[in-house]
Design a protein around this ligand. Structure first.
Ligand SMILES: Cc1ncc(C[n+]2csc(CCOP(=O)(O)OP(=O)(O)O)c2C)c(N)n1
Length: 202
């Protein structure tokens, strides 16, 4: 069972993970409540102990709710796999602000948290992935671990644009306006990074 946080996690899930009869997908799709994936996966794991539960979490969402629950998971030895997209931002809101034509504001948190080490300190298994080449091995290790909760802290590119499958005209227009404002206000550095890092993605 896959669970995705409201945030860019839900966009990546929609684009890359297929559901099916034996592979269920859950999210806060109509309520859009943040930080849902880890607690949802925890509850599902308790309800269906034989199934594998995988939560795709934002670093904001996991900090907001997941960390507290992690202690309870450790106490119960509940094998929930929590994968954190560590982008040091409330990226979904950053995208919304840009769609609205604004310069992103108050959505970055540069704190370089190592969630794998935090998890280890709390008694869970922690895996840190910093290089794309280490993803396969790190995820395989997490999925094979059955003795309790796992936290996979994945350092992802904060400039990778999570583009929805459908982009309405007003969103593209707002985004263009935002980029123009960023250029005019001297934020060329982040504009160039956004362009360069997304050439392959779009
Ligand atoms: C309870 C709640 N608070 C705030 C929001 C608004 N909101 C939606 S996504 C988001 C940011 C999520 O950040 P993070 O978990 O780090 O994921 P990212 O988008 O960076 O991948 C916020 C603040 C919400 N939907 N629900």
């Amino acid at each position: 069972m896959f669970f995705a946080d409201t945030g860019t996690a839900v966009i990546w899930l929609a684009r890359h993970i297929r559901g099916g009869r034996n592979r269920r997908i859950f999210g806060s799709f109509s309520w859009a409540s943040m930080a849902n994936a880890a607690p949802n996966a925890f509850g599902a794991q308790l309800a269906y102990p034989g199934r594998q539960t995988i939560a795709l979490c934002g670093d904001g969402g996991f900090t907001m709710l997941g960390l507290g629950d992690l202690l309870t998971q450790v106490g119960r030895k509940t094998p929930v796999v929590q994968i954190i997209l560590n982008n040091e931002a409330f990226d979904f809101v950053k995208i919304e602000q840009q769609e609205g034509g604004f310069i992103p504001f108050g959505v970055d948190f540069k704190n370089s948290t190592n969630f794998a080490r935090v998890a280890e300190a709390m008694g869970a298994k922690g895996i840190r992935i910093e290089e794309p080449g280490d993803v396969r091995e790190g995820i395989a290790e997490a999925l094979a671990y059955k003795d309790g909760p796992v936290v996979v802290d994945v350092v992802v590119d904060p400039f990778a644009l999570a583009v929805p499958s459908h982009t309405p005209f007003h969103a593209a227009k707002g985004f263009t306006l935002s980029v123009a404002k960023q250029v005019l206000s001297g934020r060329m550095d982040s504009v160039i990074k956004t362009l360069v890092r997304n050439v392959d993605l779009i």
